[in-house]
Design a protein around this ligand. Structure first.
Ligand code: NAP
Length: 259
C-alpha cells in the first residue's frame, strides 16, 4: 500500500533501538526523511546509517536526552519543518507502590508525559498552519490494564492519554491527527530487562520468564518492532486522516477486554 507520505519529514524520538527504531524503519520505507534520536551516539549512528543505506532517505541523527529541554531543542532545530512526530522515551523502572517518592514520579512524568506534550506544543502549531500533520505517541498497554510493578508508567501515561484525548479533538479540524499506540510485550531490550527482573524475583531463567509470559498472550508470542513500526507508519499515513485521539492496542490479545 502506498502510504502517501513520501518526502515528508518525521522526528522519531528514542529510535536507535526497539519500538522507536521499528517506527523509524517503517516510515523510511514509506519514503519519509527522518530525524532520529537517542542518548547513545554509537547505536544511534549505526541505526541511522543502516536506514539511510537500506531506504535511501535523508536521516539526521541527534544524540541527546529527549527528556531534557536542551535535547528537545537540538532535535527540533535539526528537524526544521516537521510533518510527523513520533513521541517515545525509555519507560520508568519497575517497583512497588509504597516505595516511589515525589522525585520518582516527577522523573516519570518528565519522560513519559511532559516530554511528549512539550514536543506536541512545539510541532503542532506549524502542522496546523500547513494543514497536515501526524503525531503518534508510544505509550503502553498499561493505559488500558494496569501493570502493578509499573505504577510509575501507569500514572504518567494516563496523564498523557488524558491530554491527547482533549487536544487531538481541538486540532483535527486543521488536518492534524494525534493518536496513541499501546504496546503490549514486544521483543526489545526493554522486554529482556523486564524478563530479567521477573527471573531474578522468581528464581527462574530469563528464558523461562519469557516462556511463562508468552503463555499469557493469546497470540502465543512477543510482538516485533517491525510489526509495531508498520502500525505506526499507517497512523502517519494519508489513509489515517479520520483516526483521531484513539488508543490502539498492539498486544497479541494480551489485554482481556471486549472494547
Ligand atoms: P528499548 O528497546 O529499551 O529502546 C529504547 C530506545 O529509546 C533506545 O533507542 C534508547 O537509546 C532510547 N531512549 C531511552 N531513553 C531515552 C531518552 N531519555 N532520550 C532519548 N532516547 C532515549 O525500549 P522499547 O521496548 O522500544 O520501549 C519503548 C517504549 O515503549 C518505552 O517507553 C517502553 O516503556 C514502552 N513499552 C515497551 C513495551 C515492550 O514490550 N517493549 C511494552 C509496553 C511499553 P539510549 O538508551 O541510547 O538513549
Amino acid at each position: 500500500m502506498d502510504l502517501g507520505i513520501k518526502g515528508k519529514k518525521a522526528i522519531v524520538c528514542a529510535s536507535s533501538k526497539g519500538l522507536g527504531q521499528g517506527c523509524a524503519r517503517a516510515l523510511a520505507a514509506a519514503g519519509v526523511d527522518l530525524v532520529m534520536n537517542a542518548r547513545g551516539a554509537e547505536a544511534l549512528e549505526a541505526s541511522a546509517a543502516a536506514i539511510r543505506s537500506e531506504f535511501g532517505v535523508d536521516v539526521q541523527a541527534v544524540a541527546a536526552d529527549i527528556t531534557s529541554e536542551e535535547g528537545r531543542a537540538a532535535v527540533l532545530e535539526a528537524a526544521g519543518q516537521v510533518d510527523i512526530l513520533v513521541n517515545n522515551a525509555g519507560g520508568p523502572p519497575p517497583g512497588m507502590w509504597h516505595d516511589w517518592e515525589r522525585e520518582d514520579f516527577i522523573q516519570a512524568l518528565d519522560s513519559n508525559m511532559l516530554t511528549p506534550i512539550a514536543l506536541i506544543k512545539a510541532c503542532v502549531p506549524g502542522m496546523m498552519e500547513r494543514g497536515w500533520g501526524r503525531v503518534v505517541n508510544i505509550t503502553s498497554q498499561s493505559v488500558k490494564a494496569p501493570i502493578g510493578v509499573l505504577g510509575l508508567s501507569n500514572s504518567a501515561r494516563a496523564g498523557l492519554t488524558g491530554y491527547v484525548a482533549g487536544t487531538s479533538r481541538q486540532v483535527a479540524g486543521k488536518g492534524v491527527n494525534i493518536n496513541n499506540l499501546l504496546p503490549g510485550i514486544h521483543a526489545t531490550d526493554r522486554a529482556t530487562s523486564l524478563d530479567g527482573g521477573v527471573a531474578k524475583a522468581q528464581g527462574i531463567t530469563p528464558d523461562e520468564a519469557r516462556a511463562n509470559r508468552e503463555k499469557t498472550i493469546p497470540a502465543g508470542r512477543y510482538g516485533t518492532a517491525d510489526e509495531f513500526g508498520a502500525a505506526c507508519a499507517f497512523l502517519c499515513s494519508q489513509h489515517a486522516g479520520f483516526i483521531v485521539g484513539q488508543n490502539i492496542l498492539l498486544d497479541g490479545g494480551g489485554v482481556n477486554s471486549t472494547l
